[in-house]
Design a protein around this ligand. Structure first.
Ligand code: MN
Ligand code: MN
Length: 358
């Protein structure tokens, strides 16, 4: 259904016919032509049509490929940008039709926090996407041996978590299942508890999966700290999100592979746990595949393979994670972060613009 809708809105052929000839008959002809092409399996042609449209979407957040809600945007300015890109307002961002999208959102969020001295933590080798530090309680850096993250005090969830993954992290340890509050949070902060999720309808979704830390019980147990957990729909957590987790781990069956993974959540779908925990509306993940791990970050080049996805935290979604692929640039547009900041600028420019295509 999504695909058909997209064709209808974006197909330049339709627009061309419409602008040249006007009459409704031609408009419908264009729509039906599109439907027929995609139903008849003319993938090539349909693909070509979508690629054309992609050029105009490259600067827009990933939700436009799917379905945007006001809760998907970090500020009113970015919602307005999407509204203006589609005059027909297909996402219903301007319900009172006054030309302003999502007026309930804050106008424009603050710029990134100032950069801090870079950490030697292996999990931050590719950078610290939001310049998280001890200075901002909503962008609060927590570093562990097993992963590093930015925690948001007001939302009660991490903004992002970053972790290196190679065969050394994998072993035979059982899933510990010891969900618990994080004692490392500063004094006086509310420690989110597993019970805050109870009866909410949302899973306690791992950002670093339990399955990525199985070499010993301590490592596995660290993934069950509530600062590594987000409220995630069961359909997402046990669907495409899990499929991608497994796909990534399977890459390690090849010799000499190391992954750098950064994943996070943004947007607002409401609160659970007496307002202590914000339910994010979108989840994203970037996986950098290094085939010369000993070289480290220096090994990231314009040929480096990477996966980038951004998917809705909804109950109804597509099962295949591949259908949620996007570019790093577009995740940066949606989040305001600078991903892969430690990679040379000229390499970032190339690999971040590339649409993930697995
Ligand atoms: Mn999970
Ligand atoms: Mn970047």
């Amino acid at each position: 259904m999504d695909r058909l809708l997209r064709l209808r809105w974006f197909n330049p052929l339709t627009v061309l016919l419409l602008s040249m000839h006007g009459p409704k008959r031609i408009w419908f002809l264009g729509i039906w032509l599109n439907l027929l092409l995609s139903l008849a399996g003319c993938e090539r042609l349909a693909w070509g049509i979508e690629q054309l449209a992609d050029s105009s979407r490259a600067s827009l957040p990933p939700c436009v490929d799917d379905n945007c809600n006001c809760g998907d945007f970090r500020d009113q300015v970015s919602a307005q940008q999407v509204l203006e890109a589609f005059s027909a307002d297909p996402y219903d961002l301007d319900r009172d039709v006054n030309g302003q999208a999502c007026e309930q959102l804050p106008n424009a969020v603050a710029a990134l926090d100032p950069a801090i001295e870079s950490s030697q933590n292996i999990h931050l080798r590719l950078g610290n996407p939001s310049n998280a530090s001890a200075n901002n309680l909503n962008n609060f850096l927590i570093e562990r041996r097993q992963y590093a993250l930015s925690y948001d005090h007001d939302r009660g969830v991490p903004n992002w978590v970053s972790w290196q993954l190679d065969a050394d992290w994998l072993g035979e340890v059982e899933r510990q299942d010891d969900f618990r509050s994080d004692d490392d949070l500063p004094q006086g902060w509310y420690p989110v508890t597993p019970e805050d999720y109870q009866g909410s309808g949302y899973d306690r979704g791992h950002v670093v999966p339990s399955g990525d830390r199985t070499a010993n019980t301590e490592d596995n147990s660290a993934t069950f700290l509530m600062t590594n957990i987000i409220p995630q729909t069961p359909e997402n957590n046990r669907g495409p999100w899990r499929e991608l987790e497994e796909y990534a781990r399977n890459l390690l069956n090849q010799p000499d592979i190391a992954l750098y993974i950064i994943a996070g959540a943004y947007g607002d779908r409401g609160q659970i746990g007496d307002g202590k925990v914000t339910v994010p509306s979108r989840l994203w993940k970037v996986i950098v595949v290094l085939d010369q791990p000993e070289v480290g970050v220096e090994g990231v080049s314009i040929e480096t393979e990477l996966i980038a996805v951004d998917m809705p935290n909804r109950r109804i979604l597509r099962q295949n994670w591949r259908s949620y692929q996007t570019s790093i640039d577009r995740i940066e547009v949606a989040t305001g972060y600078d991903l892969l900041a430690h990679v040379p600028e000229q390499v970032q420019t190339v690999i971040e613009a590339r649409e993930s295509n697995f």
